[in-house]
Design a binder for this molecule. Structure first.
Ligand code: HEM
Length: 377
């Protein structure tokens, strides 16, 4: 597709969309929010009046222009490098604990018993949610991550799956609403800061506050869980590189970047064309849904030598796994810290990792997600 159909029109019906594959096109497109908007309200689909779904419409990832800038600025403080660096001991602690348990267990599920335990614990720590709620939170986010979230706003694609997502969305919204009205909970100060941080002194609406909490919870665990899992799967697929990494664990950070490039958790993201745009002789019409393939861009041979090879020392490695431009991932520093810490622990504390069953793959077309991967350390 990258070579022959750099702009591909998939039609008709619900999937009517224009697909972009080349690195430079993807980058330029993401850097042009005035032409290709993230505003989900413009895309139609989903029922904005449905209280179970309002979380889809009121967050920064689905907003554009001033609304986006305002919401992002408010959350930014909690994700600045200094704030994330302060989490390092907690990240190390949870990785060490999960490693101890994994080393004492025979076969275990790398996704749920290791990776998700780290990422859910950390996002709960950031948001001030009680550790005893982790299992429930993980269940909701796994349901929303494994496709029902994606089809919730286009329920015609799969009504049963969409309903599961709708219910999980409703339960999570009720869960957060309850906390927000509870005095003295651990996240009170953070959420009070979010609520009152409007640039002109205005407060976030309750819908925006709830939506922010849901976005951070969802974005903060499903993606990084996949990244940790895919790091281990690449060690298995490239045994020579795995041996090299074990001999020199300092290469672990580079290996995590290669995992982001080759097995990015988020395969594609959507935009909405605000005007007719001509690309490679094809006219993308105003109003079109545009699907931006990060995963294809990250293997574009025009930018990456031997793109299908896993090279922990690849330099430079300007992958687009975290997106680009105004919406570039807010949690990239946290995701990197968690995954690098886990990768380092795996390389230094195990002598090999054996995949003891084939992976179970998720059905979400937007995600490179594994729902179960049995392993033995
Ligand atoms: C945005 C990827 C982890 C929070 C994004 C975007 C991508 C992405 C591609 C851009 C979406 C777009 O342009 O439409 C990833 C990957 C992760 C990861 C691959 C892990 C491997 C996290 C974590 C958090 C987070 C740990 C926070 C707790 C966000 C938020 C946005 C975002 C809030 C929206 C930013 C905005 O709209 O301005 N992420 N993410 N992400 N990510 Fe991540």
């Amino acid at each position: 597709m990258r070579e022959e159909h750099p702009v591909y029109h998939l039609s008709p019906g619900l999937t009517d969309s224009w697909h972009i594959f080349r690195y430079e096109d993807v980058r330029q497109l993401l850097l042009s929010p005035d032409v290709f908007s993230s505003d989900r309200g413009l895309q139609g689909g989903g029922d904005m009046a449905d209280a179970n779904l309002s979380f889809l419409f009121n967050n920064m990832i689905s907003a554009s222009g001033d609304k986006h800038r305002r919401l992002r600025m408010i959350a930014n403080r909690a994700f600045m490098a200094k704030a994330i660096e302060a989490l390092r001991p907690a990240v190390q602690n949870v990785v060490d604990t999960r490693m101890e348990i994994a080393l004492q267990t025979g076969d275990f599920d790398l996704v749920e018993d290791f990776a998700a335990q780290i990422t859910v614990a950390m996002i709960c720590e950031v948001l001030g949610l009680p550790p005893e709620d982790m299992d429930q939170i993980r269940q909701w986010t796994a349901v929303l991550g494994d496709n029902s979230g994606a089809v919730t706003w286009l329920p015609e694609l799969d009504p049963a799956l969409a309903e599961r997502g709708r219910l999980a969305g409703g339960e999570m919204t009720a869960y957060f609403r309850d906390f927000l009205s509870r005095p003295g909970w651990s996240g009170e100060a953070l959420f009070a800061a979010f609520r009152n941080a409007g640039p002109e002194g205005e407060q976030l609406s309750e819908a925006e506050l709830l939506s922010m909490a849901m976005l951070l919870l969802l974005a903060g665990n499903e993606t990084t869980t996949n990244l940790i899992t895919n790091f281990v799967r690449l060690l298995d697929a490239f045994p020579d590189q795995a041996a090299r990494l074990r001999a020199d664990p300092a290469l672990a950070d580079g290996a995590v970047e290669e995992t982001l490039r080759m097995r990015n958790s988020i395969r594609n993201i959507d935009r909405f064309a605000l005007q007719d745009v001509e690309m490679h002789g094809v006219t993308i019409p105003k109003g079109a849904r545009v699907v931006v393939w990060l995963t294809a861009a990250n293997r574009d041979p025009a930018v990456f030598d031997d793109p299908d090879d896993f090279k922990p020392d690849r330099s430079p490695n300007r992958h687009l796994a975290f997106g680009q431009g105004a919406h570039m991932c807010l949690g990239a520093a946290l995701a990197r810290m968690e995954t690098r810490t886990a990768a380092h622990a795996i390389l230094t504390r195990t002598s090999r990792v054996e995949l003891t069953a084939p992976p179970q793959l998720g059905v979400n077309a937007n995600f490179d997600n594994v729902t179960r991967q049995m392993v033995r350390f």
